[in-house]
Design a protein around this ligand. Structure first.
Ligand code: GCB
Length: 590
């Protein structure tokens, strides 16, 4: 799905701002929402609402805003588009249902011309935050004595609301609906292919590619063109071309859309992750979209700050744990050369795990017998790849985080999803899944399908707590076992970390102190460096973040290298020292 932009044939109206808000369950959208309460969009309602009844609300909430459309635009296609609404939305214009969407992290849109009236119009949205065994992420939804509970089956706060911008964009009646860009790099040149979908009456489609200086490097009606002396997109040295897609009728451009794209190759070969043919070493994080006040709502200043902090550290990459991030963040990474592992919201596909913490029903059953997430999983893979397929920054897809991949049924569940990912991706990027500590070389059922084995490991934290020598031995053993079991598959760490409360200090190895975080990370790094097939380290987490309440969370998860307000903990300085010395390419000499 294309990102909405303004061009000489299109314009965008942003409906961000203050919307009416209500917790009323049974509102009839044919009548205007009568409420004194308001919410800012984008933003989570949980933080803005302050009070417990809003913060912890379970079920539907209602948003409403009035808008007017410039008369001159009314002959155009008018498309109402949500960057996301978490987790399910029904959208009404002037009381009539125009679209429904399930899944809290993907854009959705509908043409609204037929629903508009002269003068003021009303957009009303019912947003529901319930997560159960059919949704992604997975939640433990229950109702007892009229009380609804919505316990997440995952370790982050279930923020909800309209999290990303709401826009109305226009297109002419003949318009570019989609563009897919693929290429082969051949020596100094690249052969680029365009596959467009165009709706409406038109004669032909012209592609004009410009380089970063604005110089035309090709201008063609063919679906394929050569860019000579191609400048490649590289980690932290992004280079983006831009293709103008002209839909032409009688020799005139009736629609124009611009899509930026970087050219780079990605391949897993000889136990290495190659970007542009050179072995890349991932240095970075698992992150979250999380901040004070905004909750999970888009915060572009925060996104810029976070990428600058990563650059300060010498990091080059992150994983969009545990759901797809905003289009704005993805486009920023593409522009800034930050390498991204793009993850679906498939988190919590494990029945009965740590129910004391997350609030499951307490009885362990076979995950694949009780959970019914396949449909949601397929849907989100389709939507995610359709949204992010042209981004050079995306170098790998993560199909799920910490599913029960050691349980019977994992193979039958995941093999088709991994295949679907491969089939859907026009650029054929590597595919991974992120494995939980219980999934080990001897019992894991999905590693055989993965291009890279991604491990979340907490030796020295959840196990061998405070015992770093023991932790190192256990980690060494596990890495050797992976090497033996899967000699050709590289391994990377997508999580390792220790909760650290900024300001806690100790001389000895005392968990939660800043010194322990430093030493915990050093112990892990020492072992990573001993193994050639370890191709990267993305620690958990970039910053402290909000979770549900629980006795092992101290006002949230404190494994951040930065506090939630982005102040460095002591370990940020030692990690910086390490990462500044590790080159992006050719770190592990062979
Ligand atoms: C994990 C999860 C992540 C948690 C983390 C932790 O393995 O993937 O969502 O936040 O552990 O801190 O426990």
């Amino acid at each position: 799905m294309l990102y909405p932009i303004s061009t000489q044939t299109r314009t965008v109206m942003d409906l961000s701002g203050i919307w009416k808000f209500s917790l009323t369950e049974n509102h009839d959208p044919r009548t205007p929402l009568s409420s004194e309460e308001v919410m800012a969009v984008p933003g989570s309602y949980n933080e803005q609402g302050v009070l417990r009844r809003i913060r912890n609300h379970v079920g539907s909430v209602w948003y409403e805003k009035e808008f007017e459309v410039l008369h001159a635009l009314q002959k155009e296609r008018l498309v109402l588009r949500f960057g996301s609404a978490t987790h399910q939305a029904k959208v009404y214009v002037n009381g009539q249902l125009v679209m429904e969407h399930k899944g809290g992290f993907m854009p959705f849109e509908a043409e609204i011309n037929d629903f508009l009236q002269p003068g003021k119009n009303r957009v009303t949205v019912e947003v529901n935050n319930i997560l159960d065994y059919t949704t992604l992420p997975v939640g433990n939804y229950s109702e007892k004595d009229g009380v609804k509970k919505n316990a997440p089956n995952f370790d982050f706060f279930n923020y909800a609301g309209i999290h990303r911008p709401v826009k109305i964009y226009t297109t002419p009646k003949s318009y570019v609906e989609d563009i897919t860009i693929t290429y082969e790099v051949k020596g100094e040149n690249a052969q680029v292919h365009f596959k467009e979908t165009v709706q409406g009456d038109h004669d032909r489609v012209r592609f004009v590619v410009r380089d970063e200086e604005g110089a035309v490097v090709c201008d063609t009606y063919e679906k394929s063109a050569v860019i000579s002396e191609v400048k490649l997109w590289n980690p932290l040295a992004a280079y983006l071309y831009e293709v103008e897609i002209h839909v032409e009728k009688n020799g005139e451009t009736v629609d124009l859309y611009r899509e930026s794209f970087g050219i780079r190759t990605v391949e897993v070969k000889d136990n290495q992750f190659l970007i542009n043919g050179k072995p890349f070493y991932f240095k970075g994080f698992g992150k979250h979209e999380d901040f004070f006040v905004n909750g999970r709502g888009l915060n572009e200043a925060l996104n810029v700050t976070d990428l600058n902090l990563m650059k300060w550290l010498g990091a080059n990459s992150f994983r969009t744990a545990h759901y797809p991030y905003s289009e704005e963040m993805m486009r920023l990474c593409d522009r800034q050369g930050i390498v991204v592992i793009d993850e679906t919201p498939a988190v919590g596909i494990m029945h009965g795990f740590n129910f004391a913490l997350f609030g499951g029903d307490g009885e362990k059953k076979n995950t694949y017998e009780v959970m019914d997430t396949r449909e949601a999983h397929e849907q989100v893979l389709r939507e995610l790849i359709a949204r992010d397929k042209n981004l050079a920054c995306v170098v790998m897809w993560s199909v799920a985080n910490e599913a029960a991949t050691q349980e019977e049924g994992a193979d039958a569940y995941f093999a088709p999803l991994i295949q679907l990912t491969r089939d859907l991706d026009p650029q054929k990027r590597p595919v991974t899944m992120v494995l939980i500590m219980m999934s080990m070389p001897h019992n894991d059922l999905v590693s055989k399908y993965l291009d890279v084995i991604c491990l979340n490991r907490y030796y020295g934290w959840y196990i061998n707590t405070g015992e770093l020598e023991e932790a190192k031995s256990a980690l060494r053993k596990e890495l050797s076992d992976w090497k033996t079991a899967y000699p050709d598959t590289p391994v990377m760490f997508t999580e390792y970390g220790a909760d650290t409360v900024a300001g806690f200090h100790a001389v000895d190895d005392i968990p939660f102190t800043e010194e322990y975080q430093v030493r915990y990370l050093q112990a892990n790094h020492e072992v990573f460096d001993e193994f050639d097939h370890v191709i990267g380290e993305q620690m958990w987490n970039f910053a402290d973040f909000e979770t549900s309440v629980g006795i092992i969370r101290v006002q949230g998860n404190k494994k951040g290298l930065f506090t939630r307000q982005r102040q460095p903990k002591m370990a940020a300085h030692t990690v910086r020292e390490r990462w500044m010395k590790i080159p992006d390419f050719e770190y592990k000499k062979r």
